[in-house]
Design a protein around this ligand. Structure first.
Ligand code: PBG
Length: 330
């Protein structure tokens, strides 16, 4: 064959040709939009560390959910700032807490929207750790029933998918058993199977008022240096009954997504977390980057790595951009 007989540039010659040979696609149906609900009514306050995202009272959360549906987004994930906190995080399973009330109201008005419930205790405990304390140690097995109780209360309020983000061992089995016992066999579990102890959660902790009051989360979240351990976490959670596994954060852990994709045949979600979002927003506000292109390229890279689902604060913008004609002119 002549040295220049194969010319890869032929298939890059025009936008229609590029679109025909494009290997991966970003679609609005890939997206989950996270929201933060707070007590009160008529509250819609921009979160300083997450520009473009808001603290929403239940009525405003319903409005936002309506907007997400109108843009074709299939799912939202609900996080909450409760009215009270205590040692065990009991507002996490209080049916009158903002999360449960928001789920009920959204399910009633928008039954077709998939509701994902984040199950963790750090937003609800006075000490900001993700479970029940024994001294300064988070007691794994004493935390499991509290997580299970939270999951059941969210399912009762209308959650379609339970997403435990606490990183206790054995929580998928505990939650699955509790859901089944209460008749919620059709509620899925999307496990934060691989959740690293990451500095990229900083803006979220400001937004959710959930930073630990002492120490850090390294006794339960994973060491960023490890990948074999990630595969172990995934197989444990699948054995315990997880329907979808999640890897978090996204952009700095795409190697983990690829390894997981090559090994498992279950759906994979990634969480494009608060620090990833805040960095893009800050650079865009300074005029240093093209926000739309940076975001679309970043999310597409998650699909290329093997993700099926992307949880992202950019979801509303992405849904709008994807509906524009010729949006993906890479
Ligand atoms: C609760 C939780 C956290 C995030 C999702 N669920 C914070 C944490 O573990 O400290 C982070 C999400 C984000 O940064 O966008 N455990």
């Amino acid at each position: 064959m002549k040295y220049n007989a194969l010319r890869p540039r032929r298939l890059r010659i025009s936008a229609p040709v590029r679109s025909m040979v494009r290997e991966n696609h970003l679609s609005v149906s890939d997206l989950i939009y996270p929201i933060f609900v707070v007590p009160g009514s008529h509250v819609k306050e921009e979160i300083p560390s997450l520009p473009g995202c808001y603290h929403l009272s239940v009525d405003k959360a319903v409005e936002t959910a309506r907007l997400a549906v109108s843009l074709g987004i299939p799912a939202i994930e609900v996080f909450g700032l409760p009215g009270y906190k205590d040692e065990t995080g009991s507002s996490a399973w209080d049916p009158k807490s903002p999360v449960q009330r928001a789920m009920e109201a959204i399910k009633k008005e928008l039954p077709g929207l998939v509701i994902v419930g984040d199950v963790c205790l750090c937003q609800y405990t006075s000490h900001g750790h993700c479970g029940k304390l024994c001294g300064h140690y988070v007691d794994n097995d004493a935390t499991l029933p509290l997580l299970a109780r939270t999951a059941v209360s969210q399912a009762a309020a209308g959650a379609d998918i339970i997403a435990p983000s606490d990183m206790m061992d054995g929580r998928i089995a505990a939650i699955r058993t509790a859901l089944d016992e209460k008749g919620f066999q059709n509620v899925s579990i999307m496990s934060y199977a691989v959740k690293y102890a990451s500095a990229f959660y900083g803006p979220f902790r400001d937004a959710a008022n959930s930073a630990p009051q002492f120490g850090n989360r390294r006794q339960y979240q994973m060491d960023p240096a490890n990948s074999r351990e990630a595969m172990k976490e995934i197989s444990l959670d699948l054995d315990e009954g997880a329907d979808i596994i999640m890897i978090k954060p996204a952009m700095t852990y795409l190697d983990i997504v690829r390894q997981a994709r090559d090994r498992i045949d279950r759906p994979i979600a990634v969480y494009n977390v608060s620090g990833e979002y805040a960095m893009v927003k800050a650079a865009a506000q300074n005029g240093w980057i093209d926000e739309k292109r940076i975001v679309l390229e970043s999310l597409l890279s998650m699909k290329r790595a093997g993700a099926d689902i992307i949880i992202t604060y950019h979801a509303l913008d992405v849904a709008r951009w994807l509906s524009e004609k010729d949006c993906l002119t890479f």
